[in-house]
Every structure is written in structure tokens, then in C-alpha cells.
Design a protein around this ligand. Structure first.
Ligand code: PHE
Length: 454
């Protein structure tokens, strides 16, 4: 029996959905603070190289598996390697995006709080002495962050219930172009601040003496996270792509858009940080602590404008987080619907409850559950490190090994060149196959080892 399966309606929809998954908190929240912690432009340079040489081949490996099988991660492995141990990779990649979604939703929830705060209280108008304590006070409290986490997950569930076409495709098609417009408006504000120039230089003038093995590992890890690799989201979205679509083009298009957006986010954040004479290496609190401080400081002279930018900024963060979160949500839903015969509604509710519970624990780990430690980490930190440092890398490694060593080369070629009808891809195939088969696995093992021993 041929299963009725939804698919994305157009090339634009495919790229917007992929870009929606890729562009998220990783670009706006993580990228700027990692740039700050790892020495600016030199980090960006390594990041760009690894996005194309390493991450793109992994992206393509996942796409090849997804589009070839038109199946969820578990089903895909059963189709291509029936009865083998590869099914565990299928299962692992059902679970790992749900762990990411749990803590991601907590940070997504913070962006709801900050969006509402900027609409009501107005960062442009509060006294500066109020701003500093807001973030710490909020995330360590019990009910507020839990409520925001719940609202964030409910929004995701609502979009997922709409289906692939009516939910994911529609939402990404509308919001992704808007995100680009919003971030450009924010940059215009940020670079016009007095003293912003040094922030721009920080982003573009590399100091290569700052490149150490741990900077390289951080840049590679970030490019993985940012392109949503190794956890089955790209595989699942690719399974909704029609046979006549060009997978190399969609992958490369997504990598380019993701990179552009990360750079734009950097140019939105860094010039403002320098203009306010703040520390670029302040870490994960950069956009939630440092930026509101800047909005307030600038608000002393231009309250209305600063406040408006604050609203736009946190709206951007929220929407970007939502388009990524739904891609993780969909992995579990596709699995439950196709393998366990759930209806879409019951699958959505099941994923909602599982991630709500783990997410609630992550949220409480900043406050009441702060004393609970796993290998010295809070629950939130543990979930973040487990997935970003290990599960994503491990999944990425296995996907490239699967495509490079287990699948038949002719099948991989067929999938990437649409049975040798796309000339350009056919010509590039040798290089791509080399990257997938040799370079990516070796590089991933190196990052893995660095993360393990760093
Ligand atoms: N790429 C997303 C971001 O940059 C995060 C993500 C990771 C999404 C893994 C899906 C899977 O925010």
C-alpha cells in the first residue's frame, strides 16, 4: 500500500522550511555570544569554512536519506537497511530533537516574556537600575518561566496540528521573509549608535592568533547546531520534498541563508554592545541581559525608538525560535504517526506532554531545582551539553557514514542529481561524495574528541 504523504508545495516553500529550522536561537542567541567569547572575526572565519566543508555534506547526507525514503527517521533506516542495527540511529534521532526542544522551549519562553515586557513596561523607558536584576530574577523564579515555556510549546503544537502544508509551510513562508526585514531594521538602529564602529570592526577584522583548537571545535559545533544537523530534523523535512526538487540547491541555499542571518544577528548585537561599552564575552545572557540594558541606556535619549526596537528584536527572537522548534516537534510526530499509527492530534499531544515535562525540569533548574546536578551540571546545562556536544555530533557522524559507506554510491548519486538530470550536481558529485565519505566523518571525530577532553 502506498502511504498518502504530504509534501511541500514549491521550491520556495522547501527553502523557507529548511531555513526556518536552521535560523533560530542558534543564530540570534548563541552565535553572537560565541563570537564574543571566541575572539570575534577569526571565529566567524572558521565558522564559515566549516559550514560549507563540513556541515553542508552532513545536511546533504540527511537530505538524501529523507528524500529517498519519504519516511520518518526510524522508518527511513528500516527501508534502507532493513533489520539492521541502523534502526537505533533512527530511534536516537527521534529522541535527541525532543531533548533539544525541551530546553529550547524554555529559552523560547524567555523571549515571550521579554517580548511582552518590552510591549508593556518598555525597556526604553524604565530606570537603568531596574534592568540588571530583571533577567536573573525572572529565570530563577518558578511560575513565570513555566508559563512562558507552556505558551511557547502550545504555539508549536498549534502550528504542527495544521499539518506539513497548512501548518509548517504556511508559517515558514510568511514569517521567514519578515524575519529578514526585521533584523535589517534592527541593524540600522544598532550601527547608528555612537561608538558602534568598534563592534562592526570586531565582526570583520580577524585576529588569527586567537584561533585555538577549542575555538575551532566551538565554531564547528555552532555550525552544526545552527544548521539543525545530526538529529533527524533535516531528514524529516527532506522526506516531505518532492522527487523533482534539487536537494543540493536547497541545502546550499539554506546554508547561505543561515550564514547571512547569523551575520546579520551579529551586526545587530555587537555594535550595540560596543556602543554601550559592555563586555562582548558576557555569555548566554548577552541578548537577554546586555541588550535590554542597551535599550534602556539609549532610551534615556530616544525612548520611543529604543522601545520600538526592543519590541521588534524580541519578536524576531520569538518567531525565529518557533520556526526551529516546529522542525524538532515534527520529527517525533512523523515517527508516532507513521510507525505507531497515532493520529496527528494524539501524536502532537504526546510530544507536547513529553517535552513539556522535561522542559519544565530544565526551567526549574535555574531556580528551585538548581541543586540537582548531573555530572556537575544543572538539568538545563546537561540537556544542552548532551545534545549540542554529543548527540548532534554523533548523529551527524552516523548519517555521513551511512550515506558514504552503507548506501550504494549509485543511489546517492541518483538522489543528488535526480537520476543524473541535474548536470551541475552531476559534475560536483565526486567532490561532494569525498566530503561525505571521508572529510566529514574525520572532522566530526576530531570535534567529538575535543569536546570530550576539553
Ligand atoms: N538550528 C536551530 C537554531 O539555530 C536549532 C535546531 C537544532 C533546530 C536542532 C532543529 C534541530 O536555533
Amino acid at each position: 500500500m502506498v502511504r498518502e504523504r504530504e509534501s511541500f508545495g514549491s521550491r520556495f516553500a522547501v527553502i523557507m522550511a529548511f531555513a526556518g529550522s536552521a535560523i533560530g536561537l542558534g543564530n540570534i542567541w548563541r552565535f553572537p555570544y560565541l563570537v564574543g567569547q571566541n575572539g570575534g572575526a577569526a571565529f566567524i572565519f572558521v565558522y564559515i569554512i566549516s559550514s560549507f566543508l563540513l556541515s553542508l555534506p552532513i545536511f546533504i547526507s540527511e537530505s538524501v536519506i529523507g528524500r529517498r525514503t519519504h519516511s520518518n527517521t526510524f522508518g527511513a533506516m528500516e527501508i534502507l537497511a532493513p533489520g539492521s542495527k541502523w534502526k537505533w540511529l533512527g530511534l536516537l534521532t527521534v529522541i535527541s530533537p525532543l531533548i533539544i526542544l525541551s530546553f529550547y522551549s524554555v529559552v523560547g519562553g524567555w523571549s515571550i516574556e521579554y517580548f511582552v515586557k518590552s510591549c508593556t513596561l518598555g525597556f526604553g523607558t524604565v530606570p537603568i537600575s531596574h534592568v540588571e536584576g530583571i533577567f536573573g530574577g525572572f529565570i530563577t523564579s518558578t511560575w513565570g518561566p513555566l508559563l512562558c515555556h507552556t505558551v511557547f510549546l502550545l504555539l508549536c503544537a498549534g502550528i504542527i496540528l495544521g499539518g506539513v502544508k497548512g501548518g509548517i509551510e504556511k508559517f515558514s513562508n510568511i514569517t521567514m521573509p519578515i524575519l529578514f526585514v526585521l533584523i535589517v531594521l534592527i541593524i540600522a538602529y544598532s550601527v547608528s549608535l555612537p561608538g558602534a564602529q568598534r563592534g562592526v570592526e570586531y565582526m570583520v577584522k580577524p585576529d588569527f592568533s586567537k584561533v585555538t583548537p577549542s575555538v575551532i571545535a566551538a565554531a564547528m559545533g555552532q555550525s552544526f547546531f545552527s544548521l539543525s544537523l545530526g538529529v533527524g530534523t533535516i531528514l524529516t523535512y527532506s522526506s516531505y520534498v518532492k522527487k523533482d526538487e534539487d536537494m543540493l540547491l536547497s541545502g546550499a541555499g539554506t546554508a547561505v541563508l543561515d550564514l547571512i542571518f547569523a551575520m546579520l544577528a551579529g551586526f545587530a548585537v555587537m555594535p550595540a554592545v560596543f556602543a554601550a561599552d559592555l563586555e562582548p564575552a558576557s555569555g548566554p545572557g548577552l541578548i537577554f541581559q546586555t541588550l535590554p540594558f542597551i535599550f534602556t541606556k539609549m532610551g534615556e535619549t530616544m525612548p520611543v525608538l529604543s522601545n520600538l526596537v526592543a519590541i521588534l528584536f524580541f519578536l524576531t527572537v520569538l518567531v525565529a525560535a518557533l520556526t526551529s522548534a516546529i522542525s524538532m516537534f515534527e520529527v517525533g510526530v512523523a515517527y508516532l504517526v507513521e510507525e505507531k499509527k497515532f493520529t496527528r492530534v494524539s501524536a502532537t499531544l504526546t510530544i507536547f506532554f513529553c517535552t513539556w515535562i522535561l522542559g519544565a525540569l530544565c526551567s526549574l533548574s535555574f531556580g528551585p531545582l538548581n541543586g540537582v546536578r548531573i555530572f556537575g551540571n544543572t538539568i538545563f546545562e546537561f540537556c544542552d551539553k548532551l545534545t549540542s556536544n554529543f548527540l548532534m555530533t554523533f548523529g551527524g557522524l552516523l548519517f555521513t557514514v551511512f550515506v558514504g559507506w552503507k548506501m550504494r554510491k549509485a543511489d546517492v548519486r541518483d538522489e543528488l542529481t535526480n537520476s543524473r538530470t541535474i548536470r551541475f550536481n552531476d559534475r560536483c558529485f565526486g567532490v561532494l561524495y569525498f566530503l561525505i565519505k571521508y572529510l566529514a566523518p574525520v572532522a566530526i571525530i576530531v570535534i567529538f574528541a575535543t569536546n570530550l577532553f576539553a
